[in-house]
Design a protein around this ligand. Structure first.
Ligand code: GDP
Ligand code: ZN
Length: 460
């Protein structure tokens, strides 16, 4: 593995492959300007002031062949993302040309960047902490505006500030403990013990607050896995079409992150839904539709949220009741569709039966669909404050460390209750301080940092 102290000049394509008209090849490092200048015909880039952009051509110095017409930005250290010299070549020739430019830079002194290496340099050079680095990754992957907002907020250090405040509380107490050990008085132990217990409880409370956001944070990041369930002909495909076709709802997946063609992402009132088995719902259109019990079981297993549809113009039959039972332990919203045909099943009756939010709709006539979207939003954000400056924990690494710190503090409290000597309890107290530091990278070993950054997309 690479160590943290190599600072050669790296290059990568930093826009999603195959998307949009313009792509950017980015260089970072001491020789960024020099290398770019070797292949650039236009202004002498080595004389360019920082943060300027220049028109010209990329030319292969070996055969003088023009490869593309470009705009080149020169940004000099330290006011750059990596705190190194950065050159960005904006080209518009499509993927083949973009690749040729990258290859040319590699032949002229740059090294191909590893995934996440730009962000890693920003971290190593002290520009950002780990939570901020992780949020860069999240912004790249953000599927909706709200998810992007949370990620951007972290990039500004929201989580960092919270963690640092907790660490400070612990540190202040530790300082006190040291003083009391140095100057033992009659009740010094008692005072210290009380303070450690109090601070442990206070920090645990704050950790719990952050952990509460984790479920939502993770869902924001990955999309809330949603299954559309119901008998044939109740309107599943119509709902799917509505959700995926309405202009505001479509979220195009970022190139390179598409994993499973059976999933589609939509944003409903800022809630990213990962719709499960949409192929199944679309696919069955041309055939005599069967409910595919096996298939919906699978979809159900994976689902965080179930949209359960009924044809409200018909009486409930045993299969409907079976579906109600099968989804009973899921977060669900019951949709009484086809209200335009006259309702045989009332919302009140259904609510009684399912103990869930019930929304009568006519998908065909686009009736009450806003109420459905609101219900999805409310279910998702229930109790969470929907403000822009919210700090959320958005990944498993952070959750794991918060849980570990919490456990250490609980151990401190338990130890002090049984009158274990203070300096023994202090070990866990110290440990919690370390663990919290790992979240922000203040106490991260190199290996962890390397592993973490390798998860990034290429070019970031
Ligand atoms: P699926 O089998 O559950 O996927 O149901 P579809 O979405 O394919 O719908 C079956 C039929 O019901 C289609 O002809 C739809 O146009 C129709 N349909 C869907 N929603 C409504 C509705 O709200 N009212 C009425 N009258 N028809 C609907
Ligand atoms: Zn259908």
């Amino acid at each position: 593995a690479q160590t943290l102290t190599e600072f050669d000049t790296i290059a990568a394509i930093s826009t999603p492959i195959g998307e949009g008209g313009i792509s950017i090849v980015r260089l970072s490092g001491e020789d960024a300007v020099k290398i770019a200048n070797r292949v650039f015909k236009g202004k002498d880039l080595t004389k360019a002031p920082s943060h300027t952009i220049h028109y010209g051509h990329i030319v292969d110095p070996e055969n003088k062949q023009i490869i593309d017409e470009v705009m080149v930005s020169v940004m000099l250290a330290p006011k750059t993302f990596t705190r190194e010299d950065i050159v960005e070549i904006n080209c518009h020739g499509g993927i083949v040309v973009t690749n040729r430019i990258l290859q040319l830079l590699l032949r002229n002194g740059a090294r191909m960047a590893e995934p996440g290496e730009f962000t890693k340099r920003a971290f190593v050079n002290g520009r950002i902490d780990l939570t901020q680095a992780e949020s860069v990754m999240d912004i790249v992957r953000a599927k909706t505006d709200r998810a992007r907002q949370v990620a951007e907020n972290q990039l500004e250090g929201g989580l960092l500030a919270k963690i640092q405040a907790m660490r400070q509380e612990i540190l202040d107490t530790l300082a006190n403990v040291e003083v009391n050990i140095d100057y033992p008085e009659y009740d010094a132990d008692k005072v210290t013990s009380e303070q450690m217990t109090r601070v442990s409880q206070s920090v645990i409370g704050k950790i719990d607050g952050l952990l509460k956001t984790a479920a939502e944070g993770t869902a924001l990041r990955n999309g809330l896995a949603t299954a559309i369930i119901g008998q044939p002909n109740v309107g599943k495909s119509s709902l799917l079409n509505y959700l995926t076709k309405s202009d505001t709802a479509i979220v195009t997946d970022i190139a390179g992150t598409t994993r499973d063609t059976l999933e589609e992402y939509v944003s409903v009132e800022g809630v990213p839904l990962k719709l499960i088995d949409t192929a199944g719902i679309r696919h069955t259109e041309n055939k005599v539709e069967k409910i595919g019990v096996e298939r919906s079981r699978k979809a159900l297993d994976q689902a965080d949220l179930v949209l359960l549809l009924f044809d409200s113009s018909k009486e409930l039959d045993p299969e409907d009741r079976e579906l109600i039972a099968a989804t009973a332990n899921k977060k669900r919203i019951v949709i009484l569709n086809k209200t335009d045909l006259g309702q045989k099943v009332s919302a009140a009756e259904m609510k009684e039966l399912t103990n869930s939010e019930v929304i009568p709709t006519s998908i065909l006539q686009r009736k009450n669909l806003n109420q459905l979207k609101e219900a999805i939003k409310d279910l998702f954000f229930n109790g969470i404050e929907n403000s822009n400056d919210q700090v959320m924990v958005t990944n498993q690494r952070q959750v794991g460390l918060l849980e570990k710190a919490k456990k250490q503090l609980q151990d401190v409290i338990a130890a002090l209750e049984t009158e274990v000597p203070i300096d023994i309890a202090q070990i866990d107290f110290n440990g919690a301080w370390d663990t919290l530091g790992e979240i922000t990278g203040e106490s991260s070993p190199d290996e962890l940092v390397n592993q973490l950054f390798s998860q990034f997309c290429l070019g970031k």
